[in-house]
Design a protein around this ligand. Sequence first.
Ligand code: UDP
Length: 163
Amino acid sequence: DEFTRKHLRGLQETTCAMIKPDAMCAAGKIIECILSNGLLIKHMRMCQLSRKEAEEFYQVHKGKPFYEALILLVSSGPVIAMELVGENALCRWRFLLGPTSTEVARIKAPSSIRAQYGSDTTRNACHGSDTHENARIETLFFFKCWNMGMCARFRNCTLCIIK
Ligand code: UDP
């Protein structure tokens, strides 16, 4: 029935997560945190975004005072992108992240990922989609070419190297 369908859809909710370059040294702990909190990793890939790709990913923030710092950060080194799946995955991942600012996170949510592994408001360890629509767009951004068996989209992608 409709209730069961809705419930099952809820269990299968997906969201897009990204470990930013500043927290790659804590990638193992962050992945452990994801899995031990009942979220599953449906897709995962490591790659380095070019400036152009970083600008595409964060286009909604263009013009904001922190935009340039954000683009420089996310294109400065490898990232790990993940499609997470689970019940209320979007909200649960954002809850695990904590507030945007590392400083605020350390006060309000000291056990959150950003409190533990972030450095400041820009270098805040991880990204999480804020809406279901953005989750869909961001997941496509990272995993669109997943089924092609090769990565046409990103340079320096681990999949390309393996191939
Ligand atoms: N950011 C920043 N300064 C700010 C707000 C945001 O450097 O005052 C950066 C930070 O890395 C953040 C990203 O821009 O994760 C996207 O901002 P958003 O407001 O969407 O925060 P989020 O959803 O990531 O918590």
